[in-house]
Design a protein around this ligand. Structure first.
Ligand code: FEC
Length: 307
């Protein structure tokens, strides 16, 4: 048939230029502009990361193009991908409006984050759903894909590869991590923690890793309590226990971006050094074909209009 199903691929978003950081940060803070100190601090983190100031934008663009390719292979002519970002243009609402402008009537939404939380994926879905209702598009959503066999396979192979670079005669801890969220998600019966532990356990088993822990990272700088322990605390603990090597596996993220290139590669590496711990991390998924297939297959499985 000629009618295409829209695919709204949603991602966090990043500024386009250094001048755009303030608007971006204000959006993340739900309209409250950051103080000059907060703005300077965030700008300096962007300036410190390698791979360009804002690698997330290119990575998201490439991911969306690769998902389109996979969908074209699996179901030629059926799908048309659109991008929708949480905190930058094109915003989620722009992506839905672009679908409507192209005459799309049915669409599937998916987020470039494998685990569901009401505060993460849930908020993307809510915004897309509201705009879709307004514009008369029927939308279904992939809420999580944290145990998709191809996602696990891609992560397991990264862990195995990274382990080869360590000294097998010295104690090593694998630290799985994800973005922390406010502790209040526990009162909402949120599946986030359980899903992250399930991915960690499956990847550890698949890679033959017996000695691992899950820890949080990148907690927000607000007064409310965030889920812990933070990876910087966990590093101190494992050093005290006699570990001299840590493999970091940030399974809650899928791209090279600030939370990985700064919080792990700069901040955690600097914290590990004086503790006598060698800290390295697995490669991010980016456009790994198995990850792209995970996304394409998850989209197709939510496309109930297919005959
Ligand atoms: O490379 C880039 O430009 C963007 C990197 C980036 C990713 C990312 C992913 C997640 N976040 C999540 C939750 C929160 C909550 C707050 C929050 C704040 C920030 C700030 C920056 C930032 N986040 Fe983010 N996040 C990224 C970047 N995030 C910058 C603001 C400064 C700071 O605190 O460092 C707190 C908001 C508030 O004040 O109320 C909550 C979650 C994810 C992973 C899932 C996803 O990708 O959606 C959850 C990438």
């Amino acid at each position: 048939s000629e009618r295409k199903t829209g695919v709204l691929v949603m991602s966090y978003g990043t500024p386009e230029t250094l001048d755009g950081i303030e608007e971006y940060y204000t959006h993340i803070r739900r309209g409250n502009p950051p103080t000059p100190e907060q703005l300077a601090d965030l700008s300096s983190r962007y300036e410190a990361i390698v791979g360009g100031f804002f690698p997330l934008r290119e990575n998201t663009n490439r991911q969306v193009a690769c998902i389109q390719d996979k969908l074209d292979t699996m179901a030629p002519g059926r799908y048309m991908c659109y991008q929708g970002l949480k905190h930058a243009r094109p915003y989620i609402e722009d992506g839905v409006a672009n679908m409507a402008a192209d005459g799309i009537q049915e669409a599937v939404g998916i987020v470039l984050a494998p685990h569901y939380s009401t505060m993460s994926v849930g908020s993307y879905v809510k915004r897309a759903m509201e705009k879709a209702l307004e514009l008369g598009i029927e939308m279904h959503f992939v809420e999580s894909y944290h145990l998709h066999p191809k996602l696990l396979e891609a992560l397991i192979s990264r862990v195995k590869t990274a382990l080869n670079a360590f000294d097998s005669s010295k104690p090593l801890k694998v630290l799985f991590s994800a973005h922390s969220l406010p502790v209040k998600i526990r009162e909402m019966n949120d599946p986030y923690e359980e899903q992250l532990l399930a991915t960690s356990k499956a990847v550890a088993e698949g890679a033959g890793v017996a000695d691992w822990e899950f820890t949080w990272q990148s907690a927000g700088r607000t007064r409310e309590p965030w889920l812990g322990p933070d990876i910087l605390e966990t590093l101190k603990d494992v050093a005290e226990q006699g570990y001299t090597q840590v493999l970091s596996a940030p399974i809650g993220f899928v791209s090279d971006h600030l939370e990985v290139l700064y919080d792990l590669d700069i901040e955690a590496v600097a914290a590990a050094e004086p503790l006598g711990v060698h800290f390295a991390r697995i490669e991010m998924l980016n456009t790994d074909p198995l990850y792209m297939e995970t996304l394409a297959e998850s989209v197709i499985s939510q496309d109930t209009w297919r005959q």
